[in-house]
Design a protein around this ligand. Structure first.
Ligand code: DAH
Length: 358
């Protein structure tokens, strides 16, 4: 079937429209009676609009405005027209060529802009969300806890993880051969004087802070600690602690209880119950452990006590004038309670299935 048969069927409705001026060409073998500049225009525009790839556009160009295209063959047929008709139809056909070439260029621009070249970025697509990391669950817990104390007037400070034996033990009233040293299975660092270790707790920073500052002191000290011990669900060879220290004139055990009670309410909720029981740590007197009521059980969450006079004296403080309280807790343990984590080893195993839950 020739193209004009097709187009006649498609555009039959247009023939009846009064504004469509039908310029009929005389019957000939090449150009049927119904053929006209106007008809060609309608067919060409419709076909152009249906061309949506550059390949289809090229087919259209060859077919309609190419050297052997329909417009050319229409112009060739002019020879058989009367001179007057020839002039009118010829002028109309040349206008159509200009019009179609213009539309063709526009269409190409539209098609090219909507089909992005290979490897380019389509800026109209919704953006891709960058993969973002998050804070480690230990860090999150440390920040929550230190912030609670910060709001109560405690300043956050830090100390070295590779520590002198003096600060880790001696200054804290744990002398050589004191049985309390057995509690701390220590990683010793090879050094000239054999006095370097990986700190076993954050308590040495108490001594460092007191040595470098005069009272009043209110600090919280988060940081990594190390113990040479077998690991299991509740023991790791590395873990964090948060130490606390308040020293001033007139600090009493009531201040210790009030502060730690308020801490528990801020972390676990306003109706949290706490319990203090006697415990022993060489650097406090009296010493306690604090438990929270958790799902029907009492769970120990920290050690605390009034700073031992000897610890104050070791740092150069007058223990008749100054008193203080200290405390130490493990943020991983608190995170385990709050987030129902059953194995402390998850914190440092670097498994994204665990870490990405926080
Ligand atoms: N340093 C102790 C430990 O690692 C925890 C501790 C207990 C810290 C009592 C304190 C304290 O400041 O008063 O087990």
């Amino acid at each position: 079937m020739e193209w004009w048969h097709n187009s006649q069927i498609i555009f039959r409705s247009h023939w009846t429209l009064s504004h469509v001026r039908v310029l009929s060409l005389p019957n000939s073998q090449d150009i049927p009676a119904a053929e006209s500049v106007e008809e060609l225009k309608l067919v060409a525009i419709s076909a152009l609009e249906n061309s949506s790839t550059s390949e289809e556009l090229e087919v259209w160009r060859v077919d309609f405005i190419g050297r052997k295209g329909k417009l050319t063959s229409l112009l060739r047929g002019l020879g058989s027209l009367a001179v007057d008709d020839r002039r009118v139809v010829g002028a109309a056909a040349n206008r159509l060529r200009g019009e179609l070439e213009g539309l063709f260029e526009k269409r190409i621009a539209v098609v090219n802009s909507s089909s992005a070249p290979l490897g380019s970025i389509d800026v109209t697509l919704p953006g891709r969300k960058p993969a973002s990391g998050g804070l480690h669950p230990s860090t999150q817990m440390i920040r929550e806890i230190t912030q609670a104390f910060n709001e109560m007037g405690f300043q956050t400070v830090e100390g070295p993880e590779v520590e002198l034996e003096r600060y880790n033990f001696d200054m804290l009233n744990i002398p050589q051969n004191h049985p309390a040293r057995d509690m701390f299975d220590t990683f010793w660092v090879d050094s000239e004087k054999d006095d370097l270790l990986l700190r076993t707790h954050t308590s040495p920073v108490q001594a460092r802070v007191m040595e470098a500052n005069d009272p009043p002191i209110r600090v919280v000290v988060p940081g990594k600690c190390y113990r040479y011990e077998a690991t299991d669900a509740t023991h790791e060879w590395q873990f964090n602690q948060i130490e606390g220290l308040a020293v001033d004139e007139g600090i009493t055990f009531a201040d210790l209880k009030g502060t730690l009670y308020e801490f528990a309410r801020r972390i676990f909720g306003p109706s949290q119950k706490v319990r203090f029981r006697c415990d022993f740590f060489p650097f406090v007197e009296p010493g306690v452990d604090m438990s929270i009521e958790w799902k029907g059980n009492w769970l120990e969450i920290m050690g605390a006590g009034m700073v031992h006079p000897k610890v104050l004296e070791n740092a150069g403080y007058d223990s008749d004038k100054y008193t203080g309280f200290a405390f130490g807790m493990g943020p991983e343990r608190i995170s385990m309670l709050k987030n129902e984590i059953t194995d402390i080893r998850h914190f440092f195993s670097n498994d994204l299935r665990f870490l990405s839950q926080f």
